[in-house]
Structure formats: C-alpha cells, structure tokens
Design a protein around this ligand. Structure first.
Ligand code: B3K
Ligand code: ZN
Length: 880
C-alpha cells in the first residue's frame, strides 16, 4: 500500500546495478504464520557502476538479522527507506547473510510467498522476490541459486524449487527437507518454490539429442484425471521448439504445478512453471474446446520462455515485450503448427485479429496507451498488457513478414548466439534481426517507441490504357498520452489483386514478378505502388493475413466486399470482408435505433452469409468465424459517441434477423456437425462443435419453443463440457427460463471450481443480468473475492462482457464497479487494477453516462488507502 505519493519510474533513468550477485543460498523454514528466510548472498562490485552503495529491495518482510562479511550490521550501518535497504560504501566483495520473516497466510496479494489451500506457492515476477527476502530484485542481476526447504512432512509432503533435486530427507521432528540447485544463473523474478500436498503425473521423455528428461505435472489430489492434455502439450512444445527453432530443453527435469489462487495465467519460473489451474486441468467432462486450446497455448508459452525470457532475459522491465511479445508470437506459431492446415492456421490468425480489435486497439486509443516498450510506469504490474503481449507479438511477426521465415530464423539464431545468459533490450533483438539479414531496420524501431494504432488509408486507381493499377497508401497515427506527433512506421502491407472471376492476378511491380501476394513496404507518409500488366480494374485484397497491426481504410463498395467474401484466396481477408459488410450494417442499425427508425437487414448480406454457412468445402471452424458478428466492444470503437444500448439492440436485431432468415440452413448445419463418439479436442472436431453451437445461438437469439427444446436436449444429452456449456449459455443469453438447467449444472459440478467459474461467468455476461442480479449472485456461498478466478468469473464478466447492463443509464453498475475495485484493492491490488481498467474508455460514452462514470472514477481515486496499481489506472483515466 502507498505510504507516500506514487513515484513514476522512467526508462531513461536506467543505471547498471552497483553490485552483481554471484551465488545465492536460500533457506526456508516454512510456516504459514511465520516463515523464516535465511539468505547468503555473494556479491561483487560491478565495474560498470560508479556507485559503491549496495542497494537491496524488501517489502512486507521483517528484517531479523543482517551480517556483512561475517559481521553483524547495526541499524546505523544501513538505511531502510521506502522498501529500499542501502549499505553505503560497501567493499568490493561482499558476503551478506540476511534473516527475514514473512507471513504467507496473510499474503492475499498473491505476490511473493503465499498460501493457497493447504500449500505454499510463490510468484516473483515482476517484483515479488523482494517480498521474500532483501535482494537486488531487478532482472539484470542474474545469479546461481541453491535452495533448502524445510517444512512439516505431513502437511507439505512435496517440496519443490528450481532446477535439480540435490538431496532430501527427514529432520526428525516431523519435519523434512529438500535441497535444490539451479545450474543456470537467473534473475530473481524466476525464483520459485512450492510446498504442498500434491500428486503428479510424470513421464520420462527423450529429447531429439537422445538425452532423457523427467516431466512432471503436479496437482492437488483428485485432479490426476485432468493432467493428460497439459502433459501432452508439454511434450509437443518440447518437440516443436527443437524442430522449428533448434532449441533444446536445458534441464534434466521440468515441472508444472497447478494452483487455484493465481493472479494471471501462469509463470515461467526456471524448471518449475507455476500455473493457474485453469491452464492445466482438463477432461472432457469439465473443460471446453476453448479451455483445451488455452492449455496448449499457455503450456507452450511458459515452456518457450525457457529460451525467450529465461536464457535471454530483460535488462529492465521496460523491455518486457522482448520476452513477452516474442514468446506470444512463438506460442501463436506453435498453436497454428499443431493444427497443421492452412485454413486452421488462418482461424488462429482470425482469433488473434479479434483479440487485437477487442482489447489492444482500445488500449492503444485510451488513457493507458503506451508503446510496446513503455517509457515510464508507476506500477510495472499494470504493464503486462495486450500492447506489450499481443501488439508485441505482432511486431515480432512483422519481422518474419519482412525477412521471410528463413531470414527470421537466422535472426533468432544470431540473437541466441550473441545474448545467451544475458539481460538485454528490445534494440538487441532488432539488431540481431537486421545484422543476420543485412537489412536496415532503423525505422522499425518506431514500433517500439510510438504508441497508438497506425491508420493506413488506401486508394486504388486503374489505368486501362497503360494496364497499370496504382495503389496509394497513406499512413498516420493518432496522438496518445505524452506523444502528440508520430513519425511514419515501417509497415509491411501484404496485397493481392482479384480479377472479376475471383482468381488472384499475377503481380508485377517494377518489372519484377511477385507471385499473387506482394509485401509492400510502406515507410513514408505516402507511397504509390504501380502494378503492371493489369488489364481490368481488380478488387484489391489489402493487409492479407493481417500483415500489420493497423486500421485499414479503403472505400470498398458492397459489391467489392461481397466479391472478396466469396473469393479471396486469403482466408483472413475473406473473413475480414464479411466483418466489414457486417460492421457497415451494424453501425447503420445502431443509428436507426437512436433515431427511432424501423430496423431492417438486407437480403444481399443474408445471402452472402448463407453461401458461406452452407459451403461444405470450407472448414467448420472457418464458417463459424464468418458467422460471428463484430462484438459490442468492437462496434463501440467505431462510433464517435458510444451508446451501448443502441449497439446491443442493433446487434441483437441483426442476429435475430439472421437466425430467422437462415433458420432452415442453421438447423441443417446444426445436425450435420454433431460429433458423436468419444470427445477429442482436435481442431476439426472442435470446429464442428463451434459451428454447431454458433448455429444454436442464432436459432436462440430470443426464446422460442423449438430452439429452447433443442438447447434443452443438447444440455441433457451432452457428453462433454463444450456442448453442455454452450447449450446452457445459449439458453441464459436468450433470456429463456433456464433455472432448472442452472441448478442442475451447479449441482453436478459444485466440486469443480473451474466449472463453477463458468457458471458465474455465463450469468455475469448474460444481457438480462443487471447489477441487482450480480449482487444477488455474489451472496451465493460459492462466491468469494479472494480467489482471482472467481472474482473474474463474475465481476469481470459483468463489467467487461455485458456492456448493455454495465452501462445502465442510472449509473448503478458504475457505483458497483467503484465499490468492488476498492474492496478488491484491499486484498489484491493487481486484480483490482485490472478491474479498474473497465472504465478506460469512459470519455467516449454519451454525456449522461460520462457524468456517472467520472463520479465513480473519482470515488475510487479518493479512496484511502489505495494501491499504486489502482491509483495509476484511475488517475490516468481522469487526467486529460
Ligand atoms: N511472465 C508471466 C507474467 C507475470 C505477471 C506479473 N504481474 C507470465 C507469462 O507471460 O508467461
Ligand atoms: Zn509470457
């Protein structure tokens, strides 16, 4: 909690650490009420630093003893101020022996050492290690760790830490010990320990080199029937990293531990990944297709960090995207390669585009906008954002688009060759890419330094006489907080041209044949590209595969979009044409709602959708994507002034009109895409379930006997969670009376926390759930604010995924938001600050709503005490 006013940290103020750590020996006497931590740290003065002040961080811990080079230090020989312990003018070589205590059972922040259920767990990224012991807790201090754990044997039979187990045994007094050593030097944020009553699925696995490694997935008793998919995903990740990047697992043992109280998805601690149960536990009865693909992605992500993050780490937290953007890109490629088909790959890409538009573009246009490599922060935990992660991944993807797959691989190889074992910067990655390919990537740096989503406006001109088709591209980027004027970006724009028969034209630029997709490099504010040998005016397919994270403007006519929607050989742009057609209609419908005009949907659009829906040549998963309309949030981003109820009515009207007009086809598709037999999470089966369930949702936009019956039958007969949850969700979202099913679902699954989360989430996001209903649900015995997954399941679902109720005209939901941001903050500032972000875009709403929103924001800003985390978010929202 804040004691003085929050301090802003600037990237430009970086200075090297004054002391480097060679070795760390940690001893833990684990007790929930008072854990004793003894630390022996061997330090050496850093020749790159002028300062001889030895600086250690420490937070929420009690200092019991401090010895330097064998001598006890008196309180007048060091200063503790604002969580920083400084020993002035220390000698060149220092051996520190530090004894501290902490109270894991009272640590509700879930940062540092905490208890969950009956076990101990740690989370040290970004700055949690300082909540365990005094230490230079910064990522550019890398050291070798040895860890001794001591705990009651009955209660904590399993004692784990990073690296290899050296020895274990009894201590004689009912306690036991385990000693671990990590052979690799690492920054403190990668330290981890677990002490708990757990069981594991384990397996010996042979690497390509022939070396055998031990893989373990640790869970609480009773969950061993839900670890197969995580284990399989881990093995796939290991294999893929070897095959695609030549990167081998460097340890003899690799462990995953699942814990139910966790602030985010998972954590890549060296050799001991700690996971939110949500991204480990799955069986067909409890997990949906989306859960399965989430597990694959997150297991992959954390495993891939072993090289991109752990072996090569970040110099400082401003460089966070160096590891996160790159590792998200790697997990995206992994998931796409696991599906293996081009259209499956396209579906994963469509999902990524949707995430960018749903969350990253709004962030880039709001008060928390920041460059992929931020220049300042108050609380680093607020910068684990969609910009650093997902836009960061887009930036990495653009290197690959510009350099080609081979060129990109050369850059990766050089990056590891140069920087293995180091803590480096985003610039070092860019330099490796440039040097390995002998390319000038200077201008590309702006993707790291400039915030905001660039807009690329394109116009086309066909000259029949000269058989030339000209594309003129102009770029601009809106102002963001602290950055008014932006310089041009280096933007890869992949382009194809479609003839009137729908086929791709061969492309020639400056006499050079370029196949059917050309990557144009837009580097100036305006550039014109002349395609030669184009006899007839084509339809341009621009930004294929979403080749850059930009907003594309092109004055497409309906006819052109229908042409692309029908023929584009690039599936992402084919989908995109459908989204544009839908968006135009959604925006005019929303306007019609506001103007009190009758609502209508044209047959042309419905016919185009029908053609895709019934095209059996297309993968089910792709058809599903084409059927999903832009979300209410994405529509809101297109409007000058946001009226959430009008958007909701427009979208519901359109869904209902589609459901009615295509009833017969939807029923047919519903029947055709059943997946009888044992459940399999593979992409084809998941695609079928996805299409079938989106068809069901269209048939059930409003309650009607036939569809209610269909959903009821699906719910009762479902042999897997995907179908069961989809049926229940369709019922609830339609406003049908689903009381019976809701009760049955709860009764069946009340012992499965992750399923109970779904039960809350479905209700929180249903458009009939108002704030009164949410308050009532919070009284349910299964609800608690203390567990982040549970808090997110209801509160975040309501505040982020139920816009028509969250923005109720009387402002009652904003009051509710303020109340719970404050309540959560007292427990867990990181989770509270995430909820605080729900109000980011408040200035775009209708004036009457803005008044209530400002009031709610001011209420939070005035609360005392208030964490730096929440303070930073709300003060940025309120400032101009
Ligand atoms: N590196 C962690 C995130 C830590 C978040 C700290 N607030 C998970 C990941 O990105 O893999
Ligand atoms: Zn990560």
């Amino acid at each position: 909690m804040r004691t003085d006013s929050p301090k802003t940290i600037y990237r430009k103020d970086y200075t090297p650490p004054s002391y480097l750590v060679e070795t760390v020996e940690l001893g833990f006497d684990l007790d929930p009420a008072c854990t004793i931590v003894a630390s022996r740290v061997q330090l050496r003065h850093n020749p790159d630093s002028k300062s001889r002040d030895l600086v250690l961080h420490g937070e929420a811990i009690e200092l019991v003893a401090l010895r330097m080079n064998g001598r006890e230090l008196n309180p007048d020989q060091y200063i503790i101020d604002n969580n920083i312990l400084t020993i002035r003018n220390a000698p060149v070589n220092v051996l520190l022996e530090i004894e501290t205590t902490c109270v894991p059972m009272e640590n509700t922040t879930l940062s540092g050492l905490y208890t969950s259920g009956s076990g101990f767990y740690t989370q040290c990224e970004a700055e949690g290690f300082r909540r365990i012991t005094y230490f230079p807790d910064r990522p550019d201090v890398m050291a070798r760790y040895t860890v001794m754990l001591r705990a009651d044997k009955q209660q904590y039979p399993v004692l784990l830490s990073n690296g290899n187990l050296l020895e274990e045994g009894d201590l004689g007094d009912g306690r036991h010990y385990a000693k671990w050593e990590d052979p690799f030097k690492k920054p403190s944020y990668l330290f981890a320990l677990v002490a708990a009553r757990l069981v594991c699925q384990e397996e010996k696995y042979k690497l390509k080199s022939g070396r055998e490694v031990l893989l373990q997935v640790w869970v609480e008793e009773g969950n061993l029937d839900k670890t197969d998919y995580a284990m399989q995903s881990l093995k796939n990740s290991i294999r893929w990293d070897e095959e695609r990047w030549g990167l081998e697992l460097d340890l003899d043992r690799f462990m995953i531990v699942a814990v139910s109280d966790f602030n985010m998805g998972a954590m890549e601690n060296k050799g001991l990944n700690i996971f939110n149960t949500k991204f480990v536990l799955a069986n067909p009865r409890t997990a949906t297709d989306i859960d399965y693909s989430g597990i694959e992605a997150v297991v992959g992500h954390e495993y891939f960090h072993n090289w991109t993050g752990n072996r090569v780490t970040c110099r400082d937290w401003f460089q966070l995207s160096l590891k996160e953007g790159l590792t998200v890109f790697r997990d995206q490629e992994f998931s796409a390669d696991m599906i293996g088909t081009d259209s499956g790959r396209a579906v994963t890409r469509i999902d990524q585009v949707r995430t960018l538009r749903q969350a990253q573009f709004p962030e880039d246009a709001g008060p928390m906008a920041h460059p992929v490599r931020p220049d300042s922060f108050v609380e680093i935990n607020n910068f684990y954002t969609v910009t650093v992660y997902e836009k960061g991944a887009e930036v990495v993807r653009m290197y690959q688009t510009l350099l080609g797959r081979e060129g990109f691989r050369k850059g990766m190889d050089l990056y590891f060759e140069r920087h293995d074992g180091q803590a480096v910067q985003c610039d070092d990655f860019r330099a490796a890419m440039a040097d390995a390919n002998e390319r000038d990537l200077k201008q590309f740096e702006r993707w790291y330094s400039q915030a905001g989503t660039p807009v690329v406006s394109v116009s086309g001109h066909h000259d029949g006489a000269r058989q030339v088709y000209e594309l003129t591209l102009r770029q601009s980027c809106p102002a963001t907080p602290g950055q008014r004027d932006k310089k041009p970006f280096h933007i890869p724009v992949a382009v194809g041209l479609l003839g009137s028969d729908g086929k791709d034209l061969p492309l020639t630029l400056g006499g050079k044949a370029l196949g059917t997709t050309a990557v144009l490099e837009l580097t100036a504010a305006e550039q014109t590209f002349r395609f030669e040998g184009v006899a007839h005016a084509p339809v341009p397919s621009i930004l294929r595969d979403f080749s850059a994270p930009v907003v594309l403007e092109y004055p497409y006519s309906d006819e052109e979009l229908l042409h692309l929607f029908r023929y584009d050989s690039d599936p992402v742009n084919r989908w995109e044409a459908g989204q544009r057609l839908a968006m135009q209609r959604l925006l005019s419908l929303a306007q019609a709602v506001l103007d009190n005009k009758p609502l209508q949907l044209d047959d042309t659009y419905v016919a185009a959708l029908r053609a895709v829906l019934t095209d059996k040549e297309l993968d089910a998963a792709f058809r599903e994507q084409c059927l999903i309309l832009p979300s209410e949030t994405i529509i809101a981003e297109q409007m000058e002034v946001v009226h959430p109820q009008a958007i909701h009515s427009a979208r519901q009207f359109m869904r209902h009109a589609i459901g009615t007009a295509l009833r017969a086809e939807l029923l047919q598709v519903y029947g055709d895409n059943a997946t009888p037999g044992p459940y399999s999470p593979d992409a084809i089966s998941a695609g079928k379930r996805g299409l079938k369930n989106v068809a069901l949702a269209y048939l059930l936009v409003q309650p009607n006997t036939e569809a209610v019956k269909l959903a009821g039958e699906q719910f009762a007969a479902a042999s897997n969670m995907t179908d069961r949850a989809a049926a229940l969700s369709s019922l609830i979202h339609s406003g049908a009376d689903a009381g019976k099913q809701l009760d049955a679902f709860y009764t069946d699954f009340k012992g499965e926390a992750l399923v109970v989360d779904k039960w809350f989430a479905m209700q929180g996001s249903a458009p009939h759930t108002n704030v009164a209903k949410v308050r009532e649900l919070m009284k349910h015995p299964a609800f608690t604010l203390k567990n982040p997954n549970r808090a997110r399941s209801l509160l975040f679902s309501f505040c982020n995924n139920n816009p028509s109720q969250f923005h109720a005209a009387d402002g009652s939901a904003y009051e509710f938001w303020a109340e719970h941001v404050i309540k959560l903050d007292a427990l867990n500032p990181q989770v509270a600050a995430r909820l605080a972000r729900s109000m980011d875009r408040w200035r775009r709403y209708a004036p009457a709503l803005q008044i209530h929103m400002r009031h709610a924001l001011e209420k939070v800003a005035a609360a005392t005490p208030l964490s730096n985390d929440v303070m930073e978010v709300v003060s940025k929202a309120l400032s101009n």
